[in-house]
Design a protein around this ligand. Structure first.
Ligand SMILES: [Zn+2]
Length: 530
């Protein structure tokens, strides 16, 4: 007994689909006696979306604190912290995120602002860059941070003229001064966070994701979630390799990987990827550029790794059979990533490596053909591909219009033969595929600006974007023979949308509804948390 879908639009030359036991078993056939018949009534059936770059555990953790994500003024953030504090009098430390640091020039947020909301308990808010925190005075006091506290190596405490702390701390070494005093998160908290994120994904048509920032303690939470049946969708863990710590983590990653590989297949957890971060972001001048920033010509940004050390780490992880997933935003970082991938391919034995460069916002012309030539997958965030205030007001003045308008050369890369996959980078930006799906097609703001789209020659079709959100990520995950398309034998991971996004106006796509999501043939029905 299966389920028979007909009467709608399908992603590819199909008029009906049968699924049974979690798998697509027939295309364009007839229903069997006993099949449940689903009349799509003109709705659109496609492979479910897959998120190829995201941080769902961070998103779930943020959901457990004040909801400051997306707020555009300090007053709104403080009001939200106050609301949360008043509604949760028993929570001893108020920890949340992620606030938009760019709403304040230079980004120093003051403890006194948060003191207006809460003085009896420490408050710690993480910024969207995950490298900065804003705290109240109580948090500074509890952590013993005052004008005598030196900046820790590799971190800074923002200070007033007299040396007293302002309330903003930067980089993990400084953040740790406060976090080490906070109550440790429990495993149950993290399992609930993972389950919550999975439910948000399922209700929006997504059946696979990844966690692109696995630090100690996080993989353990995913394993526990899988054990307890709280992992609702396929999840691929990317172990974070950093210049200071990667050598001591090699054995630890290997242990976690074999633990995860030993889980039963239906656990939905996979781990075969190592994540590297080559640079920062264009918006705050930390992306690594080949030519200097125009607002400060003394700097071209910063590469996080030396070429030698990145090569050494990449060679070793590649030898151990890990896929490389490399964050590179500026053209110098993209070149460093491509160079390292080329060195790895030249030095290590050949295998099906599928290296990924994520973000790839600015690529030198001479490097564009190297994606296809080296078999590098470009993982893009489709929601970012328009002239939003970040690109227009923060990035353009820093790098000049010529480079700003060369961001996200999607059509050029597609024509060059490069493979593309999509990711949301949730919770940095929204996880909703329908909010992002049409942006690479119109490259316009929600108000349809600019009229022709931003760098309109880089626009692509919705059909291509659907493919990059499904097959593209399935390939990135080495899972194209199991998921990501409507083919007999593949998993019945499906989404039903209220209309065909390829035929409605691009600006109407974000208003389409997800009518149902099927994961392994099971229709998703929201359930209460653990
Ligand atoms: Zn990310």
């Amino acid at each position: 007994m299966g389920i028979y879908f007909s009467g709608g639009e399908f992603a590819s030359g199909i008029s009906s689909l049968r699924i049974a036991d979690g798998v697509i078993i027939e295309i364009n056939g007839e229903p069997d006696a006993g099949d449940e018949i689903v009349d799509l009534a003109g709705a659109f059936l496609a492979p479910a979306f897959m998120d190829g770059h995201a941080h769902p555990l961070f998103a779930g953790r943020e959901s457990q604190g004040p909801q400051v994500n997306g707020l555009q003024s300090v007053a709104e953030m403080v009001a939200e912290v106050k609301r949360f504090a008043d509604e949760n009098p028993g929570v001893p430390w108020i920890i949340g995120g992620a606030y938009e640091a760019a709403v304040i020039e230079r980004g120093d947020f003051l403890a006194s602002w948060l003191d207006e909301a809460v003085t009896d308990r420490p408050v710690i808010l993480q910024a969207v860059d995950h490298h900065t925190v804003w705290v109240n005075s109580r948090a500074l006091t509890v952590a013993g941070i005052n004008s005598d506290t030196p900046d820790p190596e590799g971190g800074t405490i923002a200070r007033n003229e007299d040396g007293s702390p302002r309330g903003t701390l930067r980089e993990p070494a400084a953040i740790e001064l406060i976090m080490r005093c906070a109550p440790t998160r429990t495993l149950d908290d993290d399992i609930a966070a993972i389950a919550w994120a999975g439910e948000r994904y399922l209700e929006s048509g997504v059946t696979a994701t990844c966690d692109a920032w696995i630090e100690p303690g996080m993989a353990e939470a995913y394993i526990a979630a899988a054990d307890r049946g709280a992992l609702h969708i396929d999840t691929h863990l990317f172990f974070l390799a950093q210049p200071q710590t990667w050598r001591e983590r090699v054995a630890y990653f290997a242990k976690l990987r074999s633990e995860i590989t030993a889980l039963p297949r239906e656990s939905r957890l996979r781990a075969r990827t190592v994540k590297f971060i080559c640079d920062g972001a264009l918006s705050n001048g930390t992306a690594a550029l080949l030519e200097p920033y125009v607002d400060d010509p003394t700097t071209s940004g910063l590469l996080m790794w030396s070429d030698a050390e990145l090569t050494e780490a990449a060679l070793l992880f590649d030898q151990q059979g890990y896929q490389l997933h490399i964050h590179a935003i500026g053209d110098a970082a993209v070149r460093q990533a491509l160079d390292v991938i080329e060195k790895v391919q030249g030095a290590n034995p050949m295998w099906d490596r599928r290296p990924v460069i994520v973000h790839a916002q600015l690529i030198s012309n001479q490097d564009l053909p190297r994606f296809a030539a080296l078999g590098v997958i470009a993982n893009f965030q489709p929601l970012w591909m328009y002239l939003d205030p970040m690109n227009k007001e923060l990035i353009a003045p820093r790098i000049g219009d010529e480079r700003n308008n060369r961001q996200y050369q999607l059509s050029t890369l597609v024509k060059s033969g490069a493979r593309i996959s999509y990711g949301s980078d949730w919770p940095i930006t929204s996880y909703l595929p329908l909010a992002a799906l049409a942006v690479p097609t119109h490259r316009q703001s929600p108000e349809a600006l600019p009229a022709d789209g931003w760098s309109p020659h880089e626009r692509i079709s919705i059909a291509e974007s659907l493919q990059f959100y499904t097959e593209g990520v399935a390939y990135q995950n080495f899972e194209e023979s199991r998921v990501g398309a409507l083919e007999v034998g593949l998993a019945a991971d499906l989404v039903i949308l209220s209309a065909d996004p390829r035929t409605v106006s691009p600006h109407a796509v974000s208003a389409l509804k997800v009518l149902a999501t099927y994961k392994d043939g099971q229709r998703y029905i929201p359930t209460p948390l653990l």
